[in-house]
Design a protein around this ligand. Structure first.
Ligand SMILES: C[S@@+](CC[C@H](N)C(=O)[O-])C[C@H]1O[C@@H](n2cnc3c(N)ncnc32)[C@H](O)[C@@H]1O
Length: 268
């Protein structure tokens, strides 16, 4: 157990932990995270990609910050767009690159590095800047968001996807049912991972999920930052992600609980 006198967590420590955890995740990342690929979440992903792409030209260029093994990026590549995928983890990027056909590889470029450093050094223009499940891994997500806004010109889009939100308890009964469903979902997940011989890494995520200790990311706070920086927020979608599609369906259709959000914004 860490002592109360443990040194404060620094940005370097958060980066180091993210490198370590995502090297372990590697090519099994999406197998280990069925909450990103079940039927309920896949429908949300497709709708979001369609909404973002509806106003793009075929020559548009996408920047995916924290692209990982390509969850969001693959949707842009398969729709024919050019992509630059940036990630801190060499292993995640390698797994993504290895999974691509030659045709999709020809549309993609990859950079290994820290998002904040990248935004300071790279001056390319992108039609869309996309982030999926990265903000909660960052030491100072507000500063990164402001740097991203500064890179968006008129008509360019920002998509923030699959980010864990700060939960508001709507009613004690609903919260208890939410916890029960979450428990069941996790039990099933752990048995499936055991059967498939895939290690569960939850215990490894302590400092790498840095923003979770503050309850996740507040969509209202994100909206305020984007508006301060001159962006128009077009849509905020809050919902409940679960490991299994059926549990996500129950959580959203019956309990109407929320633990995740997506946001679309543009500069006008
Ligand atoms: C939860 S994973 C999400 C991956 C992918 N976007 C997805 O939705 O499947 C978070 C990703 O952010 C990357 N990451 C964490 N901190 C980062 C940083 N400071 N700069 C760049 N990437 C970072 C991790 O290496 C990891 O691939």
């Amino acid at each position: 157990m860490e002592s109360a006198m443990a040194s404060p967590v620094t940005k370097e420590k958060v980066l180091e932990e993210n490198r370590r955890v995502h090297a372990l995740e590697n090519w099994q990342y999406l197998s280990r995270h069925p909450e990103q690929t079940n039927f309920f979440q896949s429908a949300i992903l497709e709708n979001t990609l369609d909404a973002v792409c509806s106003s793009l030209k075929q020559s548009s260029r996408i920047l995916d910050l924290g692209c990982g093994t390509g969850y969001l990026s693959l949707g842009f590549l398969s729709r024919g767009y050019r992509l630059l995928g940036l990630d801190l983890s060499q292993e995640m990027i390698q797994a993504f690159e290895d999974s691509l056909t030659e045709k999709l590889q020809s549309q993609a470029q990859f950079v290994v590095g820290d998002v904040e450093e990248f935004l300071l050094q790279n001056k390319d223009e992108f039609d869309v800047i996309a982030l999926s499940a990265i903000l909660h891994h960052l030491f100072d997500y507000e500063s990164v968001l402001r740097k991203i806004c500064a890179r968006l010109s008129a008509g360019n889009q920002l998509v923030i996807f699959f980010e864990p939100l700060k939960q508001e308890v709507q009613s004690p009964l609903r919260f208890v049912l939410h916890r029960v469903l979450s428990w069941l979902d996790e039990k099933l997940y752990r048995s499936e991972m055991r059967m498939r011989n895939i290690s569960v890494l939850d215990e490894e995520y302590h400092h790498s999920d840095y923003q979770r200790q503050f309850g996740g990311i507040g969509p209202n706070r994100v909206q305020k930052i984007l508006q301060d920086e001159g962006l128009e927020v077009l849509k905020i979608e809050k919902y409940c992600a679960r490991r299994y599609g059926i549990n996500a369906w129950l959580a959203n259709r019956i309990l109407k609980t929320q633990n995740t959000f997506n946001l679309l914004a543009t500069r006008i």
